[in-house]
Design a protein around this ligand. Structure first.
Ligand SMILES: Cc1cc2nc3c(=O)[nH]c(=O)nc-3n(C[C@H](O)[C@H](O)[C@H](O)COP(=O)(O)O)c2cc1C
Length: 168
């Protein structure tokens, strides 16, 4: 029987939301029923057969809405409800070292939830725009002077979404 999927996302500047929209479109193209929601608006996971959670890294930590989502829904997520996770970052040079660093930060964050066993965890690249920095980050020269970047690879994102839930 077809399952219903929830794509939940945490996003401050919109780039993770755009990726969540793309993941949703890809899954819907396969004929799957998918709801798309900001993570902070999700009250219950009842009725869903699988979850995709997207969040950016900010200062080495996953977006607080994603961390809260994992804590809030621990019972369902540790009770066998499958979850796949994607994370935004890197946002600098985008070399191999930076991707590895981001992966390490992400693994460290997820290790805080020893009960969590995601089907897949993907680093998808981030978008950075120094003109959109909020206080206090707009006062940090190292950030203010960074060039804008968009390291999201839309083909890779589409391929990753397509690889999820192969039996659904
Ligand atoms: C203040 C600030 C701190 C950031 N810290 C990190 C970080 O520690 N690791 C990382 O990989 N990306 C970091 N990023 C990049 C964001 O993850 C990236 O810009 C992401 O696409 C933002 O997602 P959003 O547009 O959905 O909010 C940071 C960005 C900002 C503005």
């Amino acid at each position: 029987m077809a399952i219903k999927i929830l794509v939940a996302y945490a996003s401050t500047n919109g780039s993770t939301q755009e990726v969540a929209e793309r993941v949703t479109t890809t899954l819907r193209e396969r004929g799957l029923e998918v709801d798309l929601q900001p993570a902070k608006k999700v009250r219950s996971l009842e009725g869903y057969g699988a979850i995709v959670l997207g969040a950016p890294l900010y200062i080495l930590h996953l977006h607080k809405d994603a961390l809260h989502f994992l804590s809030q829904h621990q019972k369902a997520l540790s009770g066998g409800l499958p979850i796949a996770i994607f994370a935004g970052g890197p946002f600098g040079k985008g070399d191999a070292e930076e991707w590895q660093e981001v992966r390490r930060s992400l693994d460290k964050e997820l290790a805080k939830y020893p009960w969590l066993t995601p089907l897949s965890v993907e680093v998808i690249g981030g978008r950075f725009d120094p003109t959109r920095l909020h206080f206090p980050w707009n006062l940090v020269p190292a950030l203010k002077n960074m060039p804008p970047s968009d390291l999201r690879d839309w083909e890779a994102i589409h391929a990753w979404a397509n690889s999820l839930f192969p039996d659904s």
